[in-house]
Design a protein around this ligand. Structure first.
Ligand code: SF4
Length: 369
């Protein structure tokens, strides 16, 4: 059992639904925000009383937590600090939309313990933002970040998207330059995935989406250019200046334990994986869906290979009291020869080309496990 856990709070509200998004989130009014804040606080108190572990990271995500405004976010964070034993230097992140972020009082949020923000920019190109159905401008993001930085929040992240209709390596370069000019310390850069049931899925045939080769080109360009701008890749889709890697997300990839509160939130706690359904009532009634035991060898390998630090052979041996099988080592060698993986005799990790086809590589390795 780990002594320290992560805590995730889900805020399932957005001012407007983006055309590509299938997260559990939707539009709502002030009364819904109040009601949800109250119910979420009840669950924070409930789970706080069930746990004895310290909390090393708190992450309020969504949805768009910033639509709740300073007062409700402060209430939620106060409830977390009162109910859980949060470590003094815990990382406390709130996801922020560039537009609603402009209205937040960052000094009040910092005073209560928030020390990191993650802002959903996606692109610095107006046409790309419009196609995605985003309601903000790049300028909104710059203002939000400046106001957070002025309040003393130094740990700041921007989300970027690759593979947006109309995007070129040139527009992606400009988006990366924009992020760097905002002085952020971290960038998450994801390839757009068309999710079933979204407006993007319905319009797929008509959208000028990049093909697989163009998408690969965008990704490889981003990895290279982000590095040049001082953002080191530490996970398939995550880049940071040294020392500013997201500790909360790294906990997931290192098979650490965490609690996720809110409809659609997932947990891994005391060796079990479980989640709340995408349903407010189920969450309010604390109905949990059990996903079985977690943290086995396969999960460990799968998650470790997402990280640039990779699969550490000695760590695997200590944790599972056995060596990686010769078949797995042969697969790693095979992918290394093909340019998809690197090894230094102590660990193995994916190259940028390998990151592009990580799912297939990880599946092949696990098949031989
Ligand atoms: S703001 Fe984020 S969570 Fe909300 S709809 Fe857009 S992508 Fe989804």
């Amino acid at each position: 059992m780990t002594n320290s856990i992560g805590l995730y709070l889900h805020v399932p509200f957005c001012k407007q639904k983006c055309a590509y998004c299938d997260f559990f989130s939707g539009r709502a009014g002030e009364a819904d925000y109040d009601n949800y804040t109250r119910r979420l606080k009840e669950k924070i108190i409930y789970w706080g009383a069930q746990t004895t572990e310290t909390v090393s990271s708190v992450y309020i995500g969504g949805g768009t937590p910033s639509v709740l405004g300073t007062k409700r976010l402060t209430e939620l964070l106060s409830a977390v600090f009162a109910a859980f034993s949060v470590l003094p230097h815990a990382e406390v992140t709130v996801e922020i939309n560039p537009e609603s972020g402009k209205e937040l009082e960052f000094s009040a949020l910092k005073a209560i313990g928030m020390n990191r923000i993650s802002v959903g920019l996606q692109s610095a190109n107006a046409k790309e933002l419009k196609t995605l159905g985003r309601i903000h401008t790049p300028h909104d993001a710059a203002i939000t970040l400046q106001s957070a930085q002025r309040a003393g929040i130094e740990n700041t992240s921007l989300d970027l998207m690759m593979g947006i209709p109309y995007q070129t390596t040139d527009s992606l370069r400009r988006s990366i330059d924009f992020c760097a000019s905002c002085g952020v310390t971290h960038i998450s850069s994801y390839i757009l995935k068309i999710e079933e049931g979204t407006p993007f899925a319905a319009a797929k045939e008509k959208l000028p989406l990049p093909n697989d080769d163009e998408q690969a080109q965008l990704y490889l360009f981003a990895v290279d250019y982000l590095e040049k701008r001082g953002f080191r890749q530490y996970e398939i889709s995550n880049f940071s200046v040294p020392g500013r890697e997201s500790r909360h997300n790294t906990l997931y990839w290192q098979c650490g334990e965490y609690l996720g509160l809110g409809p659609s939130a997932y947990s891994f706690y005391h060796g079990r994986r479980f989640h709340y359904e995408r349903d407010f009532q189920a969450f309010y009634e604390n109905r949990i869906t059990d996903d079985g035991a977690g943290g086995d060898e396969e999960e460990f390998i799968m998650l470790a290979l997402r990280l640039k630090s990779g699969l550490d052979f000695a760590q695997y041996e200590t944790k599972f009291q056995k060596h990686l099988s010769p078949a797995v080592m042969r697969e790693i060698k095979r992918f290394e020869s093909a340019g998809y993986m690197n090894t230094d005799g102590r660990r193995a990790w994916l190259t940028p080309r390998g990151c592009l086809v990580s799912n297939s590589i990880i599946a092949e390795i696990l098949y031989h496990h």
